[in-house]
Design a protein around this ligand. Structure first.
Ligand SMILES: [Fe+2]
Ligand SMILES: [Fe+2]
Length: 200
């Protein structure tokens, strides 16, 4: 699958500049531009493991989150989530994956039985701060987040989060009970990863 990296970068910046206007937003965008965010893959060998995959995935989650919110709003009109929160959680939940992957080469036998050197993605973590919590920490170096956004980004991996396996399941369910944004962000991420970006 080939991704239009330049188009996605433009779409990302259009949404970001329109809805993320709080103090520090520009400095955070500078950091994102200096990182490999727009050309990085979304994973090493699972969903969107291609150049530009991370930005494409972030746009997919943002779109899903907006759709899910609009759907839930029909039956729960009291639900109030700002478009700034939707864009921040969608576009930035996986900021932890910027400067995270690198390309290495491995030998693969071609159809003539000869060995070819083939590139593949592997991880090269520089800042081992975790996953969702790392995204929160990176963002908050530049810009404040609301409590709902912190919970949504921190717990976007749901039951796949290593901390849940280590016993944090009560904390994560308390976060989901308190903040609908956290529930919707996790659902939007899973729909993007397992349906929109499925390799099948
Ligand atoms: Fe993630
Ligand atoms: Fe994600």
């Amino acid at each position: 699958m080939e991704i239009d990296v330049e188009k996605n970068e433009r779409l990302f910046k259009e949404a970001y500049n329109k809805y993320v206007t709080r103090p520090g937003a520009k400095e955070l965008l500078n950091w994102i531009e200096e990182s490999d965010f727009f050309t990085a893959p979304a994973s090493s060998k699972f969903h969107l493991d291609v150049p530009g995959g991370l930005c494409e995935h972030s746009l997919n989650v943002c779109r899903n989150l907006k759709k899910l919110y609009e759907l839930e709003k029909q039956t729960h009109p009291e639900l109030e989530i700002g478009l700034d929160s939707i864009v921040i959680c969608g576009l930035l939940h996986d900021l932890c994956k910027a400067n995270f992957y690198k390309v290495e080469m491995r030998n693969v036998k071609n159809e003539n039985g000869q060995w070819d050197k083939v590139p593949y993605y592997t991880t090269a973590e520089q800042d081992p701060w975790g996953h969702g919590e790392k995204s929160v920490m990176l963002i908050m170096k530049y810009m404040t987040l609301t409590d709902a956004e912190i919970c949504a980004i921190n717990w976007h991996m749901g039951g796949f989060d290593d901390r849940v396996r280590g016993g944090a399941s009560k904390t994560i369910s308390a976060a989901y009970e308190k903040y609908p944004l956290a529930v919707l962000t996790q659902a939007a991420d899973f729909i993007a990863s397992y349906i929109d970006e499925s390799k099948k």
